[in-house]
Ligand binder design. Sequence first.
Ligand code: FUL
Length: 621
Amino acid sequence: MKTGNKISIAALLFAALTLQGCSQRNETYFTKHLDFPEGATLEEKVDMAARLVPTPQQMEWQQMELTAFLHFGINTFTDREWGDGSEDPALFNPTELDAEQWVRSLKEAGFRMVILTAKHHDGFCLWPTKTTKHSVASSPWKDGKGDVVKELRDACTKYDMKFGVYLSPWDRNAESYGDSPRYNQFFIDQLTELLTNYGEVHEVWFDGANAEGPNGKKQIYDWDAFYKTIQTLQPKAVMAIMGDDVRWVGNEKGLGRETEWSATVLAPGIYTRSDSVNTALGVGSTSTDLGSREVLAKANELFWYPSEVDVSIRPGWFYHDNQNDQVKSLKHLMDIYYQSVGYNSVLLLNIPPDRRGLIHENDVKRLKEFADYRNRAFADNLVTDGQTLWTAGSGESREYTLKEGSPINLVVLQEDIAKGQRVEEFEVEGLVDGQWKSLGKGTTVGYKRILRIPETNATQLRVKLLSTRLKANINNVAAYYAAPLAETQDEAQWNNVPRESWKVTAQQPLTIDLGDMVLLKAFTYAPANGEAKPTMAFKYTFSTSMDGKQWTEVSTPGEFSNIMHNPVPQTVAFEKQVRARFIKLDATTTDGKPAQVSAEEIGVTRLVPPPAPKLKSAENR
Ligand code: FUL
């Protein structure tokens, strides 16, 4: 595909937008895309990269922060994650479908947009399309007169919620699938219906799944034509995943990158050149580095292509009865929040309606807890003077005043991305008992970065920009205190050797006599209360002994990577089982000091021998 209309417009806009900064020279901005001139030096590239900015619709999208997915369709009724397209539409029959209940629950939980799976890979359409019989029109629901897309659209209008559609390019029902021109037209017709008959659409979500059609041919999608359809019918919508406005973060676990550049070298998959560009750079959507100076040095062009973190509140994307008790814990949801919204990404959280056509009570309850917790945590900004624009470069720092009387454990930084993403590395310090102390470090900021720090009582905060591209524009520095959340993961899952028989024989390094010889297959370090502390273990060696004198080191990764940001139980499985009576954890903190670990924070998993075969009764002998 050619670079597309938006980019040609962006190219025309090149040099059109100039801004007279008070402390900066005139700056020229590039909207959404830029080409590096041939032979540009790294310094020139970095300078240009700092002046790449989002389109207005990308900007509005990034500011939403929280968006919701609704996976609902024939799979809801077949208990499957992927249907094969042969499902009988008669199976679709929600008994109490209430789209207002969906939108109300999401609105109250702080979500700003809802995206519905109008069609998933099974090809079943949730609206009465003219393109196929495989839709709600052939179902018993409302005697075939229902339209889920319309019900959702109306509810979104009523509750002032933005609205998006997921339309799966992969269609396992369409007879034309694999006959490329025919299916492309069929797909465009479906897209046209969705983008014409349901008012404003804010996001169009195409996933990348593709497979052979029934006739054995591979479907070659006409992304260029799909793109133009969106541009013509809904020019303000962002096109996601197989689109060039919104990038898939690279996993479905809710894990953003700590270093997240919205200005990235990754060419969107819908461009015909994307394979060759990305292969030459050695990058893909799951790469950890998509924007550092190292990759800029190799790149010829750059995209404003911000990341979206999609994850389900349950193990599956679709509703399954047997997952009602597996709705993610509040702690897990907050970890996801910090690692998406807090890592310069938009969170797209999936909450699948059930067979009644309602969001299940357990999910509603968890959404409410999630919202209540965030509302409490972010109610009181403890920085009094953090909202005036601070324009500064590498090596500069600024002090901020903190309200008295409350500790802090979260620091929020934001850049004015309308002037580009520029911070490469920063440090936050606190004035504690009259002394400046480092509280934490980070890399990129972008639209928003939430830094989780150990709980600290400080009177002032100092933000140091260690490295920037040109001068960064920090428009918000805030600090909060969020009550620590206990990890709900049950200890039984990571310790099965009764603690009553344990004896701590040394504290430093922590040495434990387990009281009996056991066959171990793993150990776990579970930081108390799931909280990050400066004294917690980071690098370690784990050894075992039969007598407490002769020790053998067990082969392990030796590091609890990322534990400061995600202090959940860290289970280390052994390559081979180990026979032991004594265990020893010799650990240091991220600063290289001896770590303080208590026996309660350690668990061991031993192999439990299978139950002995039952003796046959005397009569049977
Ligand atoms: C994937 C799909 O295969 C899953 O079923 C789900 O819709 C997820 C959001 O995208 O590509």
